[in-house]
Design a protein around this ligand. Structure first.
Ligand SMILES: [Zn+2]
Ligand SMILES: [Zn+2]
Length: 361
């Protein structure tokens, strides 16, 4: 069947000077020479979409107007002229779209050191350049990963950021092993995926969150009651009572407020690791005496890479990971962003053109 690709479409865009996403008519691009044009199937809404819309203090590559959305999944409808026919991609393939796959040039300090997610030269879908909250989008082949059977488009979309970021932090940066005990702060969009990834490794995970339903969800996953900090309980006190104070191998902070960052320095054992992913507070304090005396390692992690996305999709296909995601209509972006901002969303929401009913957000 020959697909007719429209010339124009409506997309959710950021305009410099306007702090709300704008539903605007734009033209549909052609496939870039080294990439694809895809018909979007699902696009995940991230907390950072709010920041991208309202914070204009951004890097130089940010365009004055761009289409938002940096977690995507779509069907290939056009293949770029420089993609060889044996590259393994065909029209009709469903692919997950990694927003920042890097430029891949050997002259790029980031890409040559396997730091693609920090590359400034490559395209940044939905982060200052056109992304996925639209019926059609383009992607470079470096950011395209075929979606295995058994993974839904919404799962694949949220896998590209929320799951891949957690996976990269835990495996590549934290290098967390099965014999280690991890204290996990925060079971939100990323943290709950982190919990599943850690459990798949076989590590023991102690969890805290401010929401009872997320602690219940952790229990449903198999976390024992004795490893769950009750709501309202002081984390340091709980660790003292349970014998974990100064004994935890790794803290994984998916919140990043003053309290969690401070607590982590007390909980972690001598020569332990503090893995930092959440950034709710822009500034946190290092207790120099504790850090040096215990010889701690603070590890920051940011984003993920195509190889992480490949692993993650495979784990979802095998049922090892089950990202929490529900569908909403593409037109509902402002409502979803608002609900996310108010902390009313459990897990993630993906925008699709024909959603299943979701009930309350
Ligand atoms: Zn994001
Ligand atoms: Zn690069």
């Amino acid at each position: 069947m020959i697909q007719t690709i429209p010339r124009t479409m409506f997309a959710w865009r950021k305009h410099r000077g306007n702090m709300k996403p704008i539903w605007e008519q734009v033209s549909v691009s052609q496939a870039p020479p080294t990439g694809f044009l895809v018909k979007m199937l699902a696009a995940g809404v991230c907390r950072s979409d709010h920041n991208l819309t309202t914070n204009e203090d951004q890097p130089a590559w940010f365009q004055d107007r761009f289409t938002l959305g940096h977690e995507g999944c779509g069907t290939i409808v056009e293949i770029g002229s420089h993609i060889p026919s044996d590259a393994g991609f065909e029209i009709g393939d469903v692919i997950a779209l990694l927003a920042v796959p890097g430029c891949g040039e050997r002259s790029c300090d980031e890409c040559k050191n396997e730091l693609q997610q920090l590359c400034q030269r490559g395209h940044h879908s939905g982060i200052g350049q056109d992304g996925f909250f639209a019926p059609y989008a383009t992607i470079d082949v470096r950011g395209a990963v075929k979606v295995p059977k058994g993974v839904t488009p919404s799962q694949a979309a949220v896998a590209t950021d929320a799951v891949t970021t957690a996976y990269h932090a835990i495996h590549r940066r934290g290098q967390i092993q099965s014999h280690e005990t991890v204290f996990l702060f925060g079971l939100g969009g990323l943290g709950f995926n982190a919990l599943q990834i850690l459990r798949a490794i076989g590590a023991r995970v102690l969890v805290s969150d401010v929401k009872q339903d997320m602690l219940d969800a952790a229990r449903d996953l198999g976390v024992h009651d004795e490893d769950i900090v009750p709501i309202g309980k002081d984390v340091k006190e709980w660790c003292r009572e349970k014998g974990w104070f100064g004994k935890v191998d790794v803290t994984a902070d998916f919140v990043g407020v003053a309290q969690t960052f401070s607590d982590a320095q007390f909980l972690v054992r001598q020569a332990g690791r503090m893995l930092c992913v959440g950034t709710l507070n822009h500034h946190n304090e290092v207790h120099m005496k504790i850090g040096i005396r215990k010889r701690l390692t603070i590890i920051f992690s940011y984003g993920g890479q195509t190889r992480d996305l490949e692993d993650v999709l495979e784990l979802i296909a095998r049922g090892v990971l089950d990202p929490m995601v529900r569908d909403a209509k593409i037109g509902d972006l402002p409502i979803v962003m608002d609900a996310l901002q108010k902390g009313e969303v459990k897990g993630r929401i993906a925008l699709v053109s024909q959603p299943k009913p979701v009930g309350k957000l």
